[in-house]
Design a protein. Structure first.
Ligand SMILES: NC(=O)c1ccc[n+]([C@@H]2O[C@H](COP(=O)([O-])OP(=O)(O)OC[C@H]3O[C@@H](n4cnc5c(N)ncnc54)[C@H](OP(=O)(O)O)[C@@H]3O)[C@@H](O)[C@H]2O)c1
Length: 287
């Protein structure tokens, strides 16, 4: 028996398996294209001849392949091996497929955890890396130590399989807001004749403000406390209008600042002008 098995040895699965090996775990691995297991074998992993053999070899198996649909297909072919085992699904996927996978595993008398890896493979094993995990608390308690070897700041965020996809979309959109903000920032600088290395050197000014944005959101949204904010929706709408007119005057593409301005004005038009900008979480979609 091994401590843990890893199925899927792409860039991410290989990083997971190698990190477990480096931390003293005995690891059995399997990959559809078996040659990808060779570097792992050289590092001390046992190579299984099939996915079912890998699952049989350990009390828990991490699966990191394309997405939940492929995991469901793969596990159908291993039905006799999964009873009594723990499957830790780290492939990404949608809510419906996540629920189907969890239901299939429960029917097969297997326990499960589903996770999102919020990192590139190069950051697997770092103390600040986060795997966001859902599943039964008892199963999490049992495998928390091994999962924290993969991401030292990993957390259990809930028990429902389907919530992970929405949480991923929320966190990804949060990051992409910043990424696309920089892209549009670069566009207006280019049109205004500001050297892009000057813009890049000034981006940390915005990075420095992000913790206070986060605090504004955290102080207002969970408790729905939108009164007496440090900056109101009206103030934001005016500042966003100024930014939009600067984009227009420079002749820069302005879809993103236009969207920001439109959203703030929808809030003001809904009577939320003196509330926090974050009151949009309550009002958008329920107008
Ligand atoms: N790379 C990242 O930065 C990152 C970050 C977070 C999460 N992830 C997630 O991690 C998962 C793997 O990503 P990756 O970057 O390692 O991708 P990858 O390098 O392209 O590897 C994909 C792996 O999935 C296997 N696979 C695909 N379809 C399969 C099937 N039907 N049956 C069995 N195995 C199958 C492949 O096997 P073959 O070798 O035989 O093709 C390969 O081992 C994805 O869900 C991805 O979203 C990746």
């Amino acid at each position: 028996m091994s401590d843990i098995s890893v199925i899927g040895l792409g860039v991410m699965g290989s990083a997971l398996a190698n990190t477990l090996l480096q931390n003293g775990y005995s690891v059995t691995v399997w990959n559809r294209s078996i040659e990808k297991a060779e570097p792992l074998a050289a590092n001390g992993a046992t190579v299984a001849a099939s996915a079912a053999e890998a699952i049989t070899a350990s009390p828990a198996t991490i699966i990191c392949i394309a997405s939940h649909e492929q995991t469901i297909e793969l596990l159908r072919e291993c039905a006799s091996a999964i009873g009594g085992k723990t499957i830790i699904e780290l492939s990404t996927g949608g809510a419906t497929e996540a629920e189907a996978l969890a239901a299939m595993l429960a029917e097969s008398n297997a326990s499960w955890l589903l996770g999102i890896i919020n990192a590139y493979p190069t950051a697997v094993g770092n103390p600040e890396t986060v795997l966001s995990i859902v599943g039964d608390v008892e199963v999490w308690n049992k495998w928390e130590k091994a999962i924290k070897v993969l991401g030292g700041s990993s957390t259990h965020v809930g028990t429902e399989a389907g919530m992970l996809a929405a949480l991923f979309a929320a966190l990804f959109t949060t990051r992409q807001g910043f990424m696309f903000g920089m892209i549009y920032g670069g566009l207006v600088c280019k049109k205004a004749g500001i050297p892009l290395d000057t813009f890049v050197s000034q981006v940390p000014v915005s990075l420095g403000v992000l913790p206070s944005y986060y605090q504004y959101f955290a102080d207002t949204v969970p408790q729905r406390q939108f009164d007496n904010p440090p900056a109101t929706m009206t103030t934001y709408a005016a500042a966003l209008d100024d930014a939009l007119s600067t984009f227009k005057a420079a002749g820069a593409p302005c879809e993103l600042p236009q969207l920001f301005s439109d959203l703030a004005h929808r809030g003001v038009d809904a009577g939320l002008g003196d509330k926090a900008l974050t009151a949009l979480v309550d009002s958008l979609g329920s107008e």
